[in-house]
Design a binder for this molecule. Structure first.
Ligand code: NAP
Length: 311
C-alpha cells in the first residue's frame, strides 16, 4: 500500500518501519480473542505495523489474525512489520533466541521484523514472568546487557529477526550498548513511553544523533484499567490545549496526540480494540499540525509518566 510506504522510516540497518503502529497490550481482564479481531480489523483499515511481546501472552492470537489475513489475500507476510520483545526473565544470552523461537512458534511466523529487549532489567529465569520471593519482592538476575545484546545480534544474523532494538532504555543504558567493544549492530530503535506530558525531548535528540528511532508507547496516555499504571494522573486526551488544537483541525485529541509524534519523527503506537477508534487513529496519517500547534504541544511537557516503572 503506497500510503503506508510513504509513512515509513528507514532504520539504521536499511529496513523500513511504518511510522504508525498498532499496539496490542490490553489489561488481563480483556479476552484474548479480542486482540485477534482487532488485528484483523486493523489490517483492513491499513495498519501494517504491529507491536507485541512475549509478556503480552497474545502472540498466538495475533499470529492467527495475520495468517487469516494472508490466507484471504489482504496482505502478504512481507507487507507486515511485526515487533516482539524478549522479556526480563530471558535476558541471559543463552535464553534470548529460545524466547524468540517460542514467540515465532506461537505466531506461526519464520521471522519477526523487529526484536526488542523489553526492559533493561534482568529477572530470575523461569516460568514466572514476575518472579517474587517469599516477601513478594521481585527477584532480579545478574546479566551484563552487553552480553544480551550480542545474543540479539545473533538473532539478526540467523534471520529470525530482521532488525533488533531496545525498549525502556535511558540515555546511559543506550550508551553502554553503543560503546560496547566490537559492536556489530546498533539498536535500530528505543521504544519508550512518550506522550505530550512526557515528550522525551532530550532522549529523542540523543536517539536522532545516533540514527536510532524513538518509538512512543502510551502515545494516547494509555489506559487506566491497567493494574500497573500510576493513578490520579490527568487524562491526556482531555487536556484543554490538545482538545483546542483538535477542534481547530476538526480532528480528535487522539489524532492530534499521534500526529504530534509523527511530525517530530517519532514512531507512534496506538492501541484500540474498538473498530471506530482503530479507524480514527489511523487517520492521524492524513493531516498536518502547524508549527504553532507543535510548539503548544511541546509546552505540555511536565514529566507525567503513566507507567510508574517499566515493571
Ligand atoms: P495507548 O495506545 O496510549 O492507549 C490505549 C488506550 O486508549 C486504550 O484504553 C484505548 O481504548 C484508548 N483509545 C485508543 N484510541 C482512542 C481514541 N481514539 N480515543 C479515545 N481513547 C482511545 O496505550 P498502551 O496500550 O499502553 O500503549 C500502546 C502500545 O505500546 C501497547 O499496546 C503496546 O503494544 C506498547 N507498549 C509497550 C511498552 C513497553 O514496555 N515497551 C509498554 C506499554 C505499551 P479502546 O481499546 O477501548 O479504544
Amino acid at each position: 500500500m503506497s500510503s503506508v510506504k510513504l509513512c515509513s522510516v528507514k532504520l539504521n540497518d536499511g529496513f523500513f518501519m511504518p511510522m504508525l503502529g498498532f499496539g496490542t497490550s490490553a489489561p488481563n481482564k480483556v479476552a484474548k480473542s479480542e486482540v485477534e479481531e482487532a488485528v484483523m480489523k486493523a489490517i483492513d483499515v491499513g495498519y501494517r505495523h504491529f507491536d507485541s511481546a512475549y509478556l503480552y501472552l497474545n502472540e498466538e492470537e495475533i499470529g492467527r489474525a495475520i495468517q487469516k489475513k494472508i490466507a484471504d489475500g489482504s496482505v502478504k507476510r512481507e507487507d507486515i512489520f511485526y515487533t516482539s520483545k524478549v522479556w526480563g526473565t530471558f535476558l541471559r544470552p543463552e535464553l534470548v533466541q529460545t524466547s524468540l523461537e517460542i514467540s515465532l512458534r506461537k505466531l506461526q511466523l519464520s521471522y519477526v521484523d523487529l526484536y526488542l529487549i523489553h526492559i533493561p532489567i534482568p529477572l530470575k529465569p523461569g516460568e514466572e514472568l514476575f518472579p517474587k520471593d517469599e516477601h513478594g519482592e521481585l527477584i532480579f538476575d545478574t546479566v551484563d546487557l552487553c552480553a544480551t545484546w550480542e545474543a540479539m545480534e545473533k538473532c539478526k544474523d540467523s534471520g529470525l529477526a530482521k532488525s533488533i532494538g531496545v525498549s525502556n532504555f535511558n540515555h546511559k543504558q543506550l550508551e553502554r550498548i553503543l560503546d560496547k567493544p566490537s559492536l556489530k549492530y546498533k539498536p535500530v530503535c528505543n521504544q519508550v513511553e512518550c506522550q505530550p506530558y512526557l515528550n522525551q525531548s532530550k532522549l529523542l535528540e540523543f536517539c536522532k544523533s545516533q540514527d536510532i528511532v524513538l518509538t512512543a508507547y502510551a502515545a494516547l496516555g494509555s489506559n487506566s484499567g491497567k493494574e500497573w499504571l500510576s493513578k490520579n494522573n490527568p487524562v491526556l486526551l482531555e487536556d484543554p490545549v490538545l482538545s483546542a488544537i483538535a477542534a481547530r483541525h476538526r480532528r480528535t485529541p487522539a489524532q492530534v496526540a499521534l500526529r504530534y509524534q509523527l511530525q517530530r519523527g517519532v514512531v507512534a503506537l496506538a492501541k484500540s480494540f474498538n473498530e471506530e477508534r482503530i479507524r480514527e487513529n489511523f487517520q492521524a496519517l492524513d493531516f498536518q499540525l502547524t508549527p504553532e500547534d507543535m510548539e503548544s504541544l511541546d509546552s505540555l511537557n511536565r514529566n507525567i509518566r503513566y507507567f510508574v516503572d517499566p515493571l
